[in-house]
Design a protein around this ligand. Structure first.
Ligand SMILES: C[S@@+](CC[C@H](N)C(=O)[O-])C[C@H]1O[C@@H](n2cnc3c(N)ncnc32)[C@H](O)[C@@H]1O
Length: 257
């Protein structure tokens, strides 16, 4: 299909997908943080069933498989990301432990009480924190865990510029204590929360994008949509640098009661 036949939205979708396929992570995080979050989860065995929702190209899925027993189903909306996960799992001889599946986190086909652990790094925002916690709960066994990372405010008040940016990008951003309250209300014991180190945004996420952005702009020279998309990414990175005292990513770990 040629580009002229695509709607602007379809083109955007493919553009975003191509851009994020070219970098290892699609959101802030690191292998160390994945392992740290995993350290709060104590009951996994080789029989355990784990789901990694919005797994992207599966950076954290691989880390999970390398540090915990059980079988992991990685689910993402983008087929290119899932292909990448399955290829990488095969290269590491983890194909029996990881299955990447194309699907949507708002239409999961797990059985009730099938899962021992639900993982989701930087992805629950796609259906919303509260909705995700509530809807996914039935798939967990009693005593099963949920571990999600999500943007949160560090302070009660914020400068208008960053407040406006997030109100547009993800209005469900909230303070850590409010999010812990939502987790408790949804029927989980809040087991742990911790703030991801700044390097998860800088070294792990924004720095690798700089090279990818140059290559992307070269490839799509003169393409206004591509240029605007890259400018948005750069704007987001600049805002983080300016306002990182006010917000960040937080891991929330809960246990189903
Ligand atoms: C910010 S990325 C995080 C990816 C990965 N977990 C990481 O930390 O590198 C969000 C991911 O959610 C996926 N996504 C968006 N909407 C989704 C949905 N409805 N169901 C499943 N995945 C979705 C995107 O394709 C993307 O890979």
């Amino acid at each position: 299909m040629s580009n002229e036949n695509r709607s602007i939205h379809e083109f955007d979708f493919n553009l975003i997908c191509e851009y994020f396929s070219s970098i290892e992570r699609q959101g802030p995080g690191s292998p160390e943080v994945t392992v740290q979050a995993l350290s709060f989860i104590d009951h996994l065995t080789s029989e355990s069933r784990v789901a990694d929702l919005g797994c992207g190209t599966g950076g954290q899925t691989i880390v999970l498989a390398q540090h915990a027993p059980g079988h992991i189903t990685g689910i993402d909306l983008f087929p290119t990301f899932i292909d990448r996960l399955n290829v990488n799992a095969g290269k590491l001889n983890l194909q029996d432990r990881i299955t990447g599946v194309v699907g949507s986190m708002d239409n999961l086909s797990f059985q009730n009480e099938e899962l021992d652990l639900i993982w989701s790094e930087g992805a629950i925002y796609n259906i919303g924190f509260e909705r995700g916690l509530n809807e996914w709960r039935r798939f967990l066994k009693p005593g099963g865990y949920i571990a999600v990372s999500e943007a949160a405010w560090f302070t009660e008040e914020r400068p208008a510029e960053i407040e406006e940016f997030w109100q547009d990008a993800y209005p469900e951003i909230d303070t850590i204590s409010n999010k812990v309250g939502q987790m408790q209300k949804a029927g989980y014991i809040p087991v742990a929360t911790f703030i991801l180190p700044e390097t998860c945004w800088t070294e792990q996420f924004y720095v690798p994008q700089e090279k990818a952005q140059e290559a992307f702009l070269k490839k799509y020279a003169g393409n206004k949509t591509a240029e605007e998309f890259i400018e948005y990414q750069r704007h987001e990175a600049r805002l983080y640098d300016k306002y990182k005292a006010y917000y960040g990513y937080v891991f929330f770990i809960g246990k189903k009661i």
